[in-house]
Design a protein. Sequence first.
Lengths: 115, 114
Amino acid sequence: AQSVAQPEDQVNVAEGNPLTVKCTYSVSGNPYLFWYVQYPNRGLQFLLKYITGDNLVKGSYGFEAEFNKSQTSFHLKKPSALVSDSALYFCAVRSPDTGRRALTFGSGTRLQVQP
Amino acid sequence: NAGVTQTPKFQVLKTGQSMTLQCAQDMNHEYMSWYRQDPGMGLRLIHYSVGAGITDQGEVPNGYNVSRSTTEDFPLRLLSAAPSQTSVYFCASSRTDPGANVLTFGAGSRLTVL
């Protein structure tokens, strides 16, 4: 079975400061890892993914994530937060071996960026 | 370029009523799926389909039916609504070629069962 943990319900950061949203996962085999963002009353939007290769993945809106196999983590980062980054962030994982292509999502972390 | 379109956006039902949530995509994606989003629980897979005529159960399929008669459409049916089905429902689609294909989500349908 695959699972994702997002240990923080909410992360507060001041505008201009770096931000980190944490994610750890459990899956058999090599994982496919994703970050999605959800703005109020909207669907989820894809930010970035890790399949293989370089452990540092760059995505949309200046976000990046670092894959750490030994710690089974895939933390989302941004060097300088914007107020407009305030949203709900979901980490997701799936095994490449499953035909159902089902993503397992974490419970989400609300990012609040204060001006 | 519409992407994934869900209707209705909001619906209120009484216990025992039936309804269908519609999902349509115009990207020729073979894979389509339904998730429900509940506070503190992330998104959970209800049903999915890898092509017309093929459907299968996800993590929380009880109380829901699906069918896939065309590539474009993947409706979700609630035959006898229960308060536990109060949730926000998302339809998502993707390609099925090998690789970590990204899901494209609809805007969601908020369902309240009284």
